[in-house]
Design a protein around this ligand. Structure first.
Ligand code: FA5
Length: 391
């Protein structure tokens, strides 16, 4: 016999005639109640279930349901089912027990059944109503929102430090008459390598270093392809900077990130010399780091510039004496530079006998680390608000 059937019979019909059997019967009811509560909680009983009222047409924005005031859409909680089943006034299990076990109980059992019934009723109220209150406390309001309440204040973000530095660099070059140019991050092998005179045998083209989308497409490994796109688009004379994201198969460490930022600079005109490059970068470094800094150029190699160099700036923190910022060297490397290779000019449709140009590529993230004395590049990409809100 199921519990539901048992509570519909009298104690006499159930053959219960002494205190021990009454106790056992109520224990069975209690165990069942706790079991149902447990599975209700385990099965996500706190999630409200949309309960549309089918008496309203589908198109109605309000499909009132079971709320007493019948206003607005409603949700039904699994807890409602549990509450009705156990505590429902008409056909709830406790009402049935009252009706069939307590009221007709023989005189000698009545006080025992009464005590057991009261205990069960109290437990049911605490367990079932308590759980229902918790569940429904998390529910969306079923009444219309109060439009007179003040709104939520959303915390405003701030400009990311790398973007702040990028804009600072852009401003300096805009002041010199350069314009800002952008290019795609998903770039063709042609623009990323071939047009820049980077031969197929070059190690940078290896898929150990470059992220290939397919055989002819890469995530650009530097901002230099924008040089070529700008040459094709505008011809000479040309004065641009090209900021943006780059991607390499570099393992993340304190100075490397697989995604990082560069700023490319390109000037093409008649009679452009290495002295123009030196003068421009020296002016830029003084504007960015302070008037006291000096610049220094060392020979280097890039397939797309000839001659090529690395530019360094005397440490703005120790004035070249050697400190933590410059790792005791007195100098800070800023990036690569050089005179645009004649072959690259030719690929861009510019006559190298008439025009010459210089180019540079700076790591914006590294600049930001130097400027704000940030020890780990990873901090830029972890989205930790405690770090970001300091800028
Ligand atoms: C280049 O990418 C050249 N295209 C720069 C250039 C442009 C030279 C024009 C000449 C003319 P390089 O691989 O050295 O060069 O990168 C330039 C800067 O990007 C580095 O100095 C460094 O600051 C930054 N960089 C490179 N790889 C990473 C990385 N994984 N994480 C963070 N910054 C990086």
């Amino acid at each position: 016999m199921t519990l539901e059937e048992k509570v519909g019979k009298t104690l006499d019909e159930l053959g219960v005639s002494d205190a021990a059997s009454v106790e056992a019967l109520f224990n069975e009811v209690r165990a069942r109640m706790l079991e149902e509560l447990d599975s209700f909680k385990r099965l996500g009983g706190r999630t409200p279930v949309w309960k549309p009222d089918v008496s309203r047409p589908e198109s109605s924005p309000y499909r009132p349901g079971t709320t007493p005031d019948n206003q607005g859409p409603t949700f039904q909680f699994p807890s409602t089912r549990l509450r009705v089943k156990w505590l429902g006034r008409k056909s709830g299990i406790l009402s049935s027990i009252d009706e069939h076990w307590l009221k007709p109980a023989p005189k000698h059992l009545k006080p025992i059944v009464g005590r057991a019934f009261n205990r069960l009723r109290q437990e049911a109220a605490v367990e079932i109503l308590g759980e229902a209150a918790v569940a429904e406390g998390q529910a969306p309001s079923t009444t219309a929102p109060d439009l007179t309440l003040p709104g939520y204040r959303r915390p405003l973000g701030s400009i990311h430090p790398v973007m702040r530095v990028q804009r600072e660099i852009e401003d300096i070059f805009l002041g010199l008459g350069f314009s800002i140019e952008t290019g795609p991050e998903i770039e063709s092998v042609y623009y990323n390598f071939d047009a820049l005179n980077i031969p197929e045998s070059h190690p940078a083209r290896d898929d150990f270093d470059t992220i290939y989308v397919d055989a002819q497409t890469v995530l650009r490994t530097h901002t230099s392809p924008v040089q070529m796109r700008a040459m094709e688009k505008y011809g000479a004379p040309l004065y641009i900077i090209a900021p943006g994201k780059c991607y390499r198969r570099d393992n993340p460490d304190s100075t490397h990130s697989p995604m990082f930022h560069q700023i490319e600079g390109l000037a093409i005109d008649t009679d452009i010399t290495f002295a123009d490059l030196k003068g421009t970068l020296d002016f830029f470094a003084k504007k960015f780091f302070g008037e006291k800094v000096r610049t220094s150029f060392h020979p280097s190699f890039f397939p797309f510039t000839e001659p090529s160099g690395e530019v360094a700036v005397s440490c703005f923190a120790c004035d070249g004496q050697g400190c933590r910022v410059c790792k005791q060297s007195g100098w800070i490397e800023l990036g690569g530079c050089g005179m645009v290779h004649s072959e690259v000019l030719r690929h861009g449709g510019i006559d190298p006998d008439r025009y010459s140009g210089w180019a540079f590529g700076l790591g914006t993230d590294r600049f930001t680390m130097i400027k704000y004395d940030i020890p780990d590049i990873q901090l830029f990409f972890q989205g930790d608000v405690r770090f970001l809100e300091q800028f």
